[in-house]
Design a protein around this ligand. Structure first.
Ligand code: SAM
Length: 308
């Protein structure tokens, strides 16, 4: 690995690609031209490559921009130390009804660190995006969203209880579904997504239930998870106040306990049979693995890699 420091607009000269993967976390929304920055990155991305992005989200940052703008009106001409002191005084005196005070998702100004407060309220170049605006930004570089994280966060069903509305939401194109989810949650203060060229050749998605697939749990200890799950029940999680519920297969406990990031699905099935646990045939087992995978993938807690 070679470390190069510089402006990302200069990447073509500093560290030319093409790259299979480029990660750009929390930078584009601070550039004078996010479009130019994105184009510079896209110019070094392989045709089938992926771009991981984090950009601020508008609704989840409600209250932030009015305070940024108020501070700019009042103390923009003062030295940084005075701007900081003014920011402390201003937020201390805000009415309880102010959007910033009513936004439980923004904490940076309450962490007690001036760097956090400065970054949140005194940054002079900071913009945010709603899903359609983000897609429009991507399209200026020929890119389109491939996946949003966590997927369930961008699924309208997470926020819709009514069956008739859920059926309608299911018929919308992917991008409109993500935009709808954002409108129904209003909690997204950061968008995390993978993007790729809109016209890239189709890439086959690995089948998590295939014999050769290797499952990897992310940030979870298999033994602890297996203990906490009821086979045939629901996986339950909370996404910024919204309840995530996903069905789990009968063999959940047995499968999860054996996921170690090395064993293939076929090896897990063999290990379960060897333990004397009643397991279905290969097809039935693959279906159970797919259901289990879908449940954990919704909250970005599982990945699949093909052993081959
Ligand atoms: C909010 S921080 C994110 C840092 C890091 N990527 C992370 O996720 O923790 C924004 C970073 O963007 C960098 N930055 C701003 N303009 C840049 C540019 N034109 N080229 C490269 N980096 C830039 C800043 O120096 C700062 O470190």
């Amino acid at each position: 690995m070679r470390f190069v420091t510089g402006a990302l607009e200069e990447v073509a000269a500093l560290a030319p690609g093409p790259y299979d993967y480029i990660d750009c976390c929390g930078v584009l929304h601070h550039l004078a031209s996010p479009e130019a920055g994105l184009r510079a990155l896209a110019s070094q991305l392989a045709r089938t490559g992926g771009l991981g992005l984090m950009l601020y989200g508008t609704y989840g940052r409600s209250g932030v921009y009015p305070v940024q703008e108020a501070l700019a009106q009042l103390v923009d001409d003062l030295p940084d130390a005075d701007r900081l002191a003014a920011a402390h005084r201003l937020i201390a005196g805000l009415p309880d009804t102010h959007l910033l005070k009513r936004n439980p998702l923004v904490h940076d100004h309450r962490k007690g660190k001036d760097a956090h407060l400065y970054d949140l309220l005194l940054h002079r170049r900071d913009r945010s995006y709603r899903v359609p605006e983000l897609a429009a930004l991507l399209s200026t570089a020929g890119l389109a969203p491939l996946a949003w994280l966590e997927p369930a966060r961008y699924a309208p069903e997470t926020y819709l209880a009514d069956p008739a509305l859920r059926r309608r939401a299911a018929t919308l194109p992917d991008l409109e579904r993500a935009a709808l989810a954002e409108r129904l949650s209003t909690t997204m203060g950061k968008h995390v997504l993978y993007a790729g060229f809109a016209d890239r050749p189709a890439v086959a998605t690995p089948d998590p239930g295939a014999d050769g697939s290797v499952l990897v749990l992310r940030g979870l200890d298999p033994a602890t998870v297996a203990k906490g799950l009821k086979p045939g029940g629901m996986l339950k999680a909370e996404i910024d106040g919204a309840a995530y519920r996903a069905p789990l297969p009968a063999l959940t406990t047995a499968i999860v306990a054996r996921i170690d990031g090395r064993r293939t699905v076929a090896e897990i099935r063999a290990a379960i049979a060897a333990a004397g646990i009643d397991a279905p045939d290969a097809d039935g087992f693959a279906r159970q693995v797919r259901t289990l995978f879908a449940a954990f993938a919704g909250i970005n807690r599982i990945m699949v890699r093909h052993a081959g």
